[in-house]
Design a protein around this ligand. Structure first.
Ligand code: FMN
Length: 194
């Protein structure tokens, strides 16, 4: 039977050839819980940086809104939409941290400007004026004239899917949906009405 992670790889490769930009962009949904315990959904775009049988990895500021939400409720969903292919992939599952060595390795591949931005951006917290951010960027550039280390508050989050669903457009809204549910070491595939 088809392996959903391999299938995802084939669909992403096709999207890399057809999308105008960022074929690895996806919506990341999290659960926000306020001080009274009320729960609310939250969602934003992120870039998928790695995927394999162990899960799907994104990188972010761990002190951002999403970072705090995932620390509080370690569950997330991802949704990819490739307009050029009229395809969607959804998945959902528990999240866990990426090992420091893996995050260090990825951070080292990023352009210097992105590395400095990771240090300078207190992501999701209020910024009084653009100039404050620019001053922090200049400060970080002076602090790290050579190699920029990974900030301790910036790392990867691995989502381990419980299920992965592949959706393909068909004429007359007669779309094709295949859902793979994790069953231990294996996956069980079933169809869903569109
Ligand atoms: C296409 C696209 C890709 C993005 N990729 C990332 C990403 O990989 N990591 C990230 O932290 N923010 C990324 N962002 C910014 C987020 O959408 C969001 O604005 C930011 O992470 C703050 O979200 P939060 O306040 O919910 O934590 C991306 C935005 C877009 C439009």
């Amino acid at each position: 039977m088809d392996d959903p992670v391999e299938r995802f790889g084939r669909w992403l490769a096709e999207a890399e050839a057809t999308e105008v930009n960022d074929p690895n962009a996806c919506a990341l949904a999290t659960v926000a819980r306020d001080a009274d315990g009320a729960v609310r959904p939250d969602v934003r775009m992120v870039l998928l940086k790695r995927f394999d049988a162990s899960g799907f990895v994104i990188y972010t500021n761990l002190e951002s809104a999403k970072g705090r939400q995932l620390a509080d409720v370690p569950e997330a969903a991802l949704c990819f939409h490739w307009k050029s292919l009229r395809r969607q992939v959804r998945l959902e599952g528990p999240v866990g941290p990426v090992p420091d060595a893996e995050a260090d390795g990825y951070f080292a591949t990023r352009p210097r400007a992105s590395q400095l931005s990771a240090w300078a951006s207190a992501q999701s917290r209020p910024l009084d004026r653009r100039e404050t951010f620019e001053a922090r960027l200049a400060e970080m550039a002076a602090r790290y004239p050579g190699m920029v280390p990974r900030p301790p508050f910036w790392s990867g989050i691995r989502i381990v899917p419980r299920w992965i669903e592949f959706w393909e457009d068909r004429d007359g809204r007669q779309h094709h949906r295949e859902r793979f549910d994790r069953r231990g070491e294996h996956w069980a595939m079933g169809l869903l009405y569109p």
